[in-house]
Design a protein around this ligand. Structure first.
Ligand code: PEP
Length: 262
């Protein structure tokens, strides 16, 4: 692990949009211009994770704004014969502040295992990019009572590899059954898992005042207030609702303005 400092060093309020494989040049422009133009409180950071081909366009449209640019994945390798992959160093050249790693769609559709997700997080930190490490259980795992064990394993892989650098990442709890389903976790379910994640990280020596944990999975303007009102939840990772400026801004408005705290 190299010593390049990524930005995440204090627990903070953060709402990040995950555009997934959506967008085109015209739609992106309208969406980003609306986000940039909207008045917001300074207490909540915002980011958008866009598809790779749109990084240059998004960087230009976000220039001078307080909205951070992010990508949706990076390679676990630094460089080399890895056709189709994109390195963290390349993302850095486009001023990415964030990169999602271990999103459940990558784990399920591309066979990404916990060790690979951890290696990607490490590559991102090496390049000064904050990885947003996604963890979460499937519906079947929840029904079988395996939620804590599954999330514990996903977390341990990254906490063990990053060691004392773990507080430089952001974690996102995204129950797989809630993603894109229109059925979010209840505030109590999300709070319980966030508390578990925080205590596991503390057990690995992470300072809780430095750890930001987002909730993701069918967040919308109607449920964001209750979810973000939980004291263990620091903001959201928002998929579908991040594609509509009005919805995304309403979700951002529901995020609490907290000063760094344990
Ligand atoms: C996501 O894909 O990260 C996500 C949270 O999606 P959605 O908000 O659409 O459930």
């Amino acid at each position: 692990m190299q010593g390049t400092a990524a930005d995440a060093t204090a627990r903070r309020t953060l709402v990040v949009g995950n555009w997934k494989m959506h967008g085109d040049l015209q739609a992106n422009r309208s969406l980003l211009q609306a986000l940039v133009a909207a008045p917001r409180s300074a207490g909540c950071e915002i980011g958008v994770c866009v598809p790779f081909p749109y990084l240059a366009q998004a960087r230009e449209l976000l220039a001078g704004s307080a909205i951070a640019l992010g990508a949706q994945d990076c390679s676990m390798h630094q460089q080399g014969a890895y056709t189709g992959e994109v390195s963290a160093r390349m993302l850095r050249e486009f001023d990415c502040r964030y990169v999602l790693v271990g999103h459940s769609e990558r784990r399920a559709l591309h066979g990404e295992a916990d060790a690979m997700v951890a290696a990607k997080a490490e590559r991102a930190l090496d390049c000064g990019i904050t990885p947003i490490v996604c963890v979460g259980e499937t519906g079947a795992q929840r029904e079988a009572g395996e939620t804590d064990a599954v999330i514990g394993m996903q977390l341990d892989a990254v906490l063990n590899l990053l060691g004392s650098h773990a507080s430089r990442m952001v974690l996102a709890y995204e129950p797989v059954w809630a993603i894109g389903s229109g059925r979010s976790a209840s505030a109590a379910q999300a709070q319980q898992v966030h508390a578990l994640i925080r205590s596991r990280a503390v057990h690995h020596g992470v300072d809780p005042r430095e750890l930001t944990i987002l909730y993701g999975g069918s967040v919308n303007p109607g449920n964001a207030g209750e979810l973000f009102g939980q004291d263990a939840i620091d903001g959201g990772l928002v998929g579908g609702a991040s594609l509509k400026a009005a919805d995304f801004l309403a979700i951002v408005a529901a995020a609490p303005s907290r000063s760094p705290t344990a």
